[in-house]
Structures are given as C-alpha cells and as structure tokens.
Design a protein around this ligand. Sequence first.
Ligand code: AMP
Length: 281
Amino acid sequence: MLLIKTSKELEQILDRHRQNGASIGFAPTMGALHLGHVSLVRQAKEHGQLAVCSIFVNPTQFDDKNDLAKYPRTIGQDIDLLVAAGCDVLFLPEPDEVYPADFDFGFELDLGTLDKTMEGAQRKGHFKGVVQVVKRLLKIVRPNSLYMGQKDFQQFTIIGHMIKVLQMPIELVVCPILREPDGLAMSSRNVRLSPEARQLAPMIYRALLQAKEDARTLTIPEIKSRFQEALNRPEFSIDYFHICNPDTLVELQDIHDHPKPVAIVTVKLDGVRLLDNLFFN
Ligand code: AMP
C-alpha cells in the first residue's frame, strides 16, 4: 500500500493509473478504522478497482470542538487493517493539503429538505463541512466510484444529491451496515463506551428490529412510542427517531406513504452519540 500525504503527489500517481486503464474506487474516512470501513475498501477491490482510502479528521464538520479533540486516532492500527484489506493507496493529508490558502470556504450547496432534519438540525454546519470536504477530496481523487456506508444515512443521501447536482461522473456505492455479533452498528465512537454502556448498546438495534416488526400492524405514533419504551432507561437519551422517506428524508405520516420506509435513530449513551438505521422493507 502506498501512503501519500500531498494532494499533488496523489493526483500524479492516480493519473498514471488512469492512463493505464485503472478504475478508481474511493472510501473517505476519519480513521479509527473498523471492519465497517474495511468493507468499503473490500468492495472496491471486489469490483476490480484501484482502492484509495483517505483518513482525515475534518475539522469543519465538527460543531463541538470537544468532540473533535476526543475523536479517536489510531493510525498504526488503521494502516494494518487497510493493508490486510488490500487497499492500494492511503491518502493521509494535513489540513493545509485539503484546505489550501485559496480554498473557498463560502461554497454552499442548496440541500433543500435534506439537511434541515436529524444530524443537520442537531449539529449546526455539520453537513456544510461534510459537503466541503467530500467535494474537495473528490476533486483530488477523481474516482469512478465513491464507497459510503448506509450507517450514515443522511450523509450518503446528501453526498448523492451533491454528485447529482454538480453532475460529477461518479457512481455512489452504498455499503450495508457492518455490525458487532450482538447487533451494535460498528462505529469509531464505540471505543468510548464504558463496559457497562457497551453492554446496553445493542438494545438500540433490537429496538429498531422491533419497530420493523411493529410496522406490519401499528401506526407510526404507536411504533415510535414502543421504540421509546424499549429504550426507556436513564442511560439512554434519544436525540431523534424518525421514520422517513429514504429519498427526501421527510418523516412519513403514514407507514404506507412509501414502499420502503427507513427508520433512522441517534441515541446518546454514556455521552457518546450512536447512529443506526433500518429499512422496514
Ligand atoms: P467515518 O470514518 O465514521 O466518517 O466513516 C467513513 C465511512 O465509513 C462512511 O461512509 C461511513 O458510513 C462508513 N461506515 C462507518 N461505519 C460503518 C459500518 N458499521 N458499516 C459500514 N460502513 C460504515
């Protein structure tokens, strides 16, 4: 695996591969990698692509500087995981490579309803930062395919919208959520859970599975109330639980208003925000 730190060098190397006919698959990450991230790289390899992964903890998407400071950094272990997954190139830039002196921080994309809800409503400026960094990384890497996880549902929906609006010639591949054996969605933040909280955390996925089952017979208010009951312990605080149209992220009034509703949840447990989601069909 090549480890590249400057955008110029990365552009040159990828140009050479493109000239030799390579197709490029790209997985942007913030590091503290786990098997969920690795699955994105593996998919690129399965599709016969040159797999490029980036690790960059993007300061512009953190509204909470404390969260940024506490974000886990495990670069040695990350490199081992990527090598084992067959990653071809790791891009590990410093902030001034991603945001050079002439960078236009003012750029804003009209995201319509997509960023007015859930993470967008809870974390001011978060998706402006995400769009900023992914747009910049896509300009450097110019991949054929972009690999993102279903786990960050609103994130991949917004990036899909950006690709469409900006007419970027990139295929977005959304990869399934990888889970721990007990059902907890893998996340870099899971390492911050205390042993007690880690024991409780799988209740979130179990509550989602119950909501899916409930959706066969109950109304949305009933499903929501049973979901809250399932997590009704002092350790949990539900930031939001939405049952949405997966394309617009608008909350459904009636479960039959869309053939493939998605339930999206963020729960705070032990001071850690845990995201998860599940399609009902
Ligand atoms: P992050 O480093 O958390 O920004 O995540 C980088 C990419 O990995 C994003 O596209 C995430 O959606 C994806 N990802 C994170 N967790 C998982 C998971 N458990 N399963 C699959 N993909 C994931």
